[in-house]
Design a protein around this ligand. Structure first.
Ligand code: NDP
Length: 333
């Protein structure tokens, strides 16, 4: 099978040279372990942080070793209690054809309940991030006006729809192309949206939200964050989910220049990591599961074919080539 390794730590933007594709023997599971053949894997923005040497909130990748990340695979053979050949499992040993896992590192998933890809997206980590950010971090209330950046991406497209379903008065999104803006307003119910390339974010946001915003779900940082701070009403709340506009900066950029507004408008900005918000997971599953069953939430995936193309999928994600979740199809069950 193949595995994708970190060839070198990128300075600034990663390239194809950041990755190595290596042919490796199928690993042998030991006692208590299972051999899993991967079917689909996720590429996520947080992986860019793990390519740097310093510790972020997840340990860095090692140069010369396989990358890892969320994946769904099928058990080939198993000595792990509770797992049998043919079972489907969610785990974090992506970026390779075959993985050896113990029972603690794998969770069984059921393709009859939801398509396998959904466990990496709408019912998985990105879905939970959107839900927890709105409900538990920003504490979105009925009647709030909500602004979401990165709105056509995996987390953002769900955050906007969830905000609307939870009674937002108005949901505004920003994204990187006219086609994404059309998707937001015509297909998934955003009240207004704009392409952040079309002019200053502060001006476009002011036009879309003449009465200001109450909640900002930040996926982007930088100019977007400054614009949102400027547009927030008194006692506004910001869920700091990510700042993808900064991840490829070789040197830090100056932050928002209007931070005094945190004081004058009594704003609350709170960063969060989804893994710390598991106390809302049952509520997430009940709400989002119900909305999916009722056809009230829709989601898109951008699926790149083949493990060899996983580096391109990751680079494409950073350039905005995805609508909804960027996934890599590795094999058929
Ligand atoms: P997305 O599906 O949103 O993909 C990333 C998107 O970022 C691209 O499609 C692109 O869309 C956009 N983008 C790239 N560069 C820029 C830029 N300079 N300015 C504005 N937008 C840009 O990824 P995810 O949904 O997986 O993640 C979204 C955010 O959430 C990220 O910041 C990520 O780090 C964060 N995150 C945080 C978690 C947490 O626990 N805190 C968990 C999961 C994700 P476009 O065409 O619009 O530019």
């Amino acid at each position: 099978g193949l595995e994708i390794r970190l060839a070198a730590r990128p300075q600034g933007w990663p390239t194809r040279e950041t990755f190595d594709v290596a042919e490796v023997p199928v690993p042998e599971p030991g006692p208590g372990q299972m051999l899993v053949r991967n079917l689909v894997m996720s590429v996520d923005p947080y992986m860019r942080g793990r390519m740097n040497a310093g510790k972020s909130y997840v340990a860095p990748f090692q140069v010369g070793s396989a990358l890892d990340g969320g994946a769904v695979g099928q058990v080939v053979q198993s000595d792990a209690e509770g797992f049998a050949a043919g079972d489907f499992v969610l785990h974090s040993a992506g970026w390779r054809d075959y993985a050896v896992l113990d029972g603690r590192s794998a969770t069984k998933v059921d393709p009859d309940i939801a398509p396998l890809n959904a466990y990496l997206y709408v019912l998985g980590m990105p879905g939970m991030t959107a839900y927890a950010g709105l409900v538990d971090v920003a504490r979105q209330q009925e009647g709030d006006t909500v602004f979401v950046s990165g709105a056509a991406g995996a987390v953002g497209s769900l955050a906007g729809q969830i905000a609307k379903l939870r009674g937002a008065k108005r949901v505004i999104g920003s994204a990187g192309s006219a086609e994404k803006v059309r998707y937001l307003t015509e297909e998934i119910g955003f009240d207004a949206a704009f392409d952040y390339h079309d002019g200053p974010v502060a001006e476009q946001l002011a036009a879309a939200a003449p009465d200001g915003i109450d909640v900002y779900f930040d996926n982007v940082g930088g100019e977007h964050l400054e614009a949102a701070i400027g547009a927030l009403n008194d006692f506004g709340r910001v869920a700091e989910c990510g700042m993808i506009s900064q991840y490829n900066n070789a040197t830090p950029e100056p932050g928002p220049r209007n931070m005094f507004m945190l004081v004058s408008k009594r704003l609350r900005l709170e960063g969060f990591i989804v893994g710390d918000r598991m106390h809302v997971q049952d509520q997430f599953r009940a709400d989002v599961g119900g909305w999916l069953r009722d056809g009230k939430i829709s989601y898109r995936e951008t699926v790149v074919d083949g493990l060899r193309s996983a580096p391109d999928a990751f680079l494409g994600l950073l350039r905005g080539e995805n609508t909804g979740k960027m996934l890599v199809k590795i094999a058929d069950p």
